[in-house]
Design a protein around this ligand. Structure first.
Ligand code: SF4
Length: 292
């Protein structure tokens, strides 16, 4: 969270809009890239500011109106696009909205019959756990919202954060967590294992480990992809499957999330798959004879 001098160094691979979202924005504050999913940017402020933020071009820049002032256009677009079934509300941090406008936003979205799945991406449970009030939990449950949380180190799992996660889990809110792989912060087997085990204890499922996006001024925080592959290989098969997120690169230029892992399918010929397990041993699996 603390700015460092290295942020002033712009490397040749850095990008202002690393995930290419701006080119997929049909109405202000709505990113529609995949046919059935949209990203709704709620507001441009957060409870604290991650130095590696993919949306640092928007977040805290004071150039985006809060969703309450853009809502009619967003709702009209979504009503028209019946192929959209999944909305991720992110930002900025949507849980910085107070209960009433948040309730209104969720109610308007829930009023669109083809929207099946509504998620909120939030770092508030880690940065501002006191925002997770009993009233907020009731509101989220009423609208059947899933929460995508964001944690990068086990030290973020304080007693207050544990209480907030407990409150959400007890309230029936499904909880997943995303982590960004950061050089010098969590790029070790021990740091990742401690974090993922700690999250499971709080009933939060780690589901993505992101290769750090090439955001301007973040070269000092990025590891190589090989580091990520080595780390995930040390986890997969070596600990509870629920504690191992999918390691992904969000392909620069708008390619979306691409899962990365060490080669486990060694060969697949004549209906026989040769696979390598967590200990490096190979085994074969034969397709049913009729399928060959
Ligand atoms: S909380 Fe999310 S949106 Fe806000 S600065 Fe961090 S990564 Fe960016």
């Amino acid at each position: 969270m603390i700015p460092r001098q290295e942020e002033l160094i712009v490397s040749s691979t850095d990008l202002v809009d690393p995930c290419g979202e701006d080119s997929d924005t049909p109405v202000p504050g709505l990113v529609h890239r995949y046919p059935d999913r949209v990203l709704l940017l709620a507001l441009d402020s957060c409870a604290a500011y991650c130095r590696y933020c993919t949306r640092s071009r928007l977040v805290s820049q004071g150039e985006m109106h809060p969703v309450t002032r853009r809502l009619d256009a967003i709702i009209a677009y979504l009503e028209e696009h019946t192929e959209v079934r999944d909305v991720l509300i992110s930002g900025g941090d949507p849980l910085l909205m107070s209960d009433e406008p948040l309730d209104n936003l969720l109610r308007r979205l829930r009023g669109i019959p083809h929207l099946e799945f509504i998620r909120i991406g939030s770092r508030v449970p880690s940065f501002l756990p006191q925002r997770i009030t009993p009233e907020l939990v009731v509101l989220l449950r009423k609208h059947r919202v899933w929460l995508s949380l964001h944690f990068c180190h086990v030290r973020e799992l304080t007693p207050e954060v544990a209480q907030a996660c407990d409150r959400l889990a007890d309230g029936g809110i499904p909880l997943g967590s995303q982590t960004v792989l950061l050089k010098g912060v969590n790029d070790s087997e021990e740091a990742l294992k401690n974090l993922f085990h700690g999250l499971l204890k709080l009933r939060v499922r780690p589901y993505y480990l992101y290769q750090c996006d090439p955001v301007v001024g973040t070269a000092h925080l990025r590891t190589s992809v090989q580091t990520g592959i080595d780390l995930i290989s040390k986890l997969r098969g070596h600990t509870t499957g629920y504690a191992v997120p999918t390691y992904v690169i969000d392909a620069p230029g708008g390619g979306g999330k691409v899962p990365i892992q060490a080669e486990t399918l060694v060969a697949y010929e004549n209906g026989t798959a040769t696979v390598r397990n967590w200990a490096g041993k190979t085994y074969t699996y034969a397709d049913p004879v009729e399928a060959i």
